[in-house]
Design a protein around this ligand. Structure first.
Ligand code: HGY
Ligand code: MN
Ligand code: MN
Length: 407
C-alpha cells in the first residue's frame, strides 16, 4: 500500500506528550496513576477519539482503542506504555503508542481498511517504579495476576493501586483482556548502546531477559554515632550498603549478561549522627539465562545472610517482581528483519535488557518488538534521545509489520 506514517506528526505528538509532566533537561515525569499520568492519559485518549477509534478502559486502567477492519476477527494490537520513571525521557513507551495512532491516521488518509482490525493500547504501570511489579497492567491483561491482588498493590508513597485508579478516573468497566489480539507488536527505543555502537538502525528483538526484583527491610538499632563502640553497633545502613557493594562484586564475578542494581535505598532516621536503625532497599538482578539468574539470586541471598549475621541485623524480604526470560515468536522476529531489509535498513537480532509489555503478550499470542537506537545508550534519563531519522525508520517498519499481520 503506497502510503506512509506521517513522521512529522509523530514527532509533534511525542513533543506534546513529552510536555506533560515535563521536567528540566527535556524529560518528563509521569509516575503511574499520578496526576501527571492522568494528564498524559487524557491527552492520548483524546487523540484516540479524534481518530474515531472505539476506546475501552479495563478495570486495571489499561486503554485499548480499536480501528475496525473489513473482517470481524481478532485485531493486530500495537501496544506499549505512557507512564514514566521519575527521570523519564520522551520516548520510552510513548513512541510505541503514538506510532500506532499515526498508523491509524495514515490508513484514514489513504482511505484504506485492513482486513484485521488494528488495536492501539497503553498499559498501566509498565515501569514498576511507583507500584510493583513492572508491566503490571499487561500482566493482569493476559491473566498473569489477579485483579484484586493488583488493586491492592501499594505504592512506594503508600497508596493502593485501586484507590489511585479511581482517583484519576481510570478504573474502567471493561474486563482485562477484553480485546484478544491475533498478534502483538511493540515499537520501542533500545534503551541501551548496542544499535548505536554497531551503526545499525533496527533491532529485531528476539526476547526479554529474566527479571528478579526484591525489597529488603534491614532492622538494626539506632545509636549514637560518637559514643557507640564499633563492636556494639547493629548498623542497618552499613549492612545495606555492604550488600549493595557485594551485589556489584557478584555481578563482576558472573560477567556475561548479568546485571545488578540497588536503585532505591532509604535509611531511618537518615541523620548524620545516628547509627541507622532501619534500611529499606531494592535489589534488581537480571540475566538472559534463567539458570544463571537463579544462581545470582542464591548468591545474593547468602551474601545478605552473612552480612546480617555479622552485624546482627533483622531481615524482611519482599519479592516485587520475578519474570523468567521470554522468547518472541520466530515468525515475527523474521518479519521485522525482513521488513527492515526491504526498506534497505540495517538491523540485527537482539534480546531486550529492559522489561516490556510485549513480554506479557508473548504468553497469549505471536508477539514481537522493533527497536530503534538510543543516543549514547541513555534511558531512564532526561537526556534520552532518538534521532528523527531513526524514529521514521522504526515507524515505517512498524507499519509494514502490522500491515502484513493485519492482511
Ligand atoms: O525495568 C524495566 O525493565 C522497565 O523499564 N519496566
Ligand atoms: Mn518502556
Ligand atoms: Mn522504562
Amino acid at each position: 500500500m503506497g502510503f506512509e506514517i506521517d513522521t512529522a506528526s509523530l514527532l509533534d505528538r511525542l513533543a506534546r506528550l513529552g510536555a506533560v509532566g515535563a521536567i528540566p533537561g527535556g524529560g518528563c515525569a509521569r509516575l503511574a496513576l499520578t496526576d501527571e499520568d492522568r494528564a498524559g492519559r487524557d491527552l492520548v485518549v483524546g487523540w484516540m477519539r479524534d481518530l474515531g477509534l472505539s476506546v475501552g478502559t479495563d478495570a486495571i486502567g489499561n486503554v485499548v482503542a480499536v480501528r475496525a477492519g473489513t473482517a470481524d476477527v481478532e485485531p493486530v494490537m500495537i501496544g506499549s506504555h505512557i507512564d514514566t520513571v521519575r527521570t523519564g525521557g520522551r520516548y520510552d513507551g510513548n513512541l510505541g503508542v503514538l506510532a500506532g495512532l499515526e498508523l491509524c491516521a495514515a490508513l484514514d488518509r489513504a482511505d484504506m481498511r485492513t482486513r484485521r482490525p488494528i488495536a492501539v493500547a497503553f498499559f498501566t504501570n509498565e515501569e514498576g517504579a511507583r507500584f510493583q511489579p513492572d508491566m503490571l497492567g499487561s500482566l493482569v491483561y493476559v491473566g498473569g495476576m489477579q485483579l484484586a491482588e493488583a488493586h491492592a498493590a501499594r505504592s512506594i508513597d503508600g497508596k493502593t493501586l485501586g484507590e489511585e485508579l479511581a482517583r484519576i478516573g481510570y478504573l474502567g468497566d471493561r474486563v482485562p483482556g477484553f480485546v484478544r489480539p491475533h498478534a502483538f507488536v511493540e515499537l520501542h527505543i533500545e534503551q541501551g548502546p548496542i544499535l548505536e555502537a554497531e551503526g545499525l538502525t533496527i533491532g529485531a528483538v528476539t526476547g526479554v531477559q529474566g527479571i528478579s526484583w526484591a525489597e529488603y527491610v534491614f532492622s538494626g538499632v539506632s545509636n549514637h554515632a560518637g559514643t557507640t563502640p564499633m563492636r556494639l553497633r547493629r548498623d542497618a545502613g552499613y549492612a545495606a550498603m555492604a550488600v549493595a557493594s557485594g551485589i556489584r562484586d557478584l555481578v563482576r564475578r558472573f560477567g556475561g549478561d548479568q546485571v545488578g542494581t540497588v536503585g532505591r535505598i532509604e535509611l531511618v532516621p537518615n541523620l548524620i549522627n545516628v547509627v541507622a536503625s532501619r534500611a529499606t532497599f531494592t535489589v534488581d538482578l537480571r540475566n538472559t539465562d534463567e539458570a544463571i539468574l537463579r544462581r545470582a539470586e542464591a548468591e545474593a541471598a547468602s551474601l545478605i545472610e552473612r552480612i546480617c549475621g555479622e552485624e546482627r541485623i533483622g531481615v524482611e524480604k519482599r519479592v516485587l517482581a520475578r519474570f523468567e526470560p521470554v522468547e518472541f515468536s520466530e515468525g515475527i522476529v523474521d518479519l521485522v528483519a525482513a521488513c527492515a531489509a526491504a526498506r534497505g535498513l540495517s538491523s540485527r537480532r537482539m534480546p531486550s535488557g529492559a522489561g516490556h509489555d510485549a513480554q506479557m503478550f508473548a504468553r497469549i499470542c505471536p508477539t514481537g518488538m522493533i527497536f530503534v537506537p538510543s543516543a549514547k545508550g541513555l534511558s531512564h534519563n532526561v537526556a534520552e534521545h532518538t534521532d528523527p531519522a531513526d524514529i521514521d525508520a522504526g515507524a515505517k517498519v512498524l507499519r509494514d509489520v502490522v500491515l502484513e499481520l493485519a492482511a
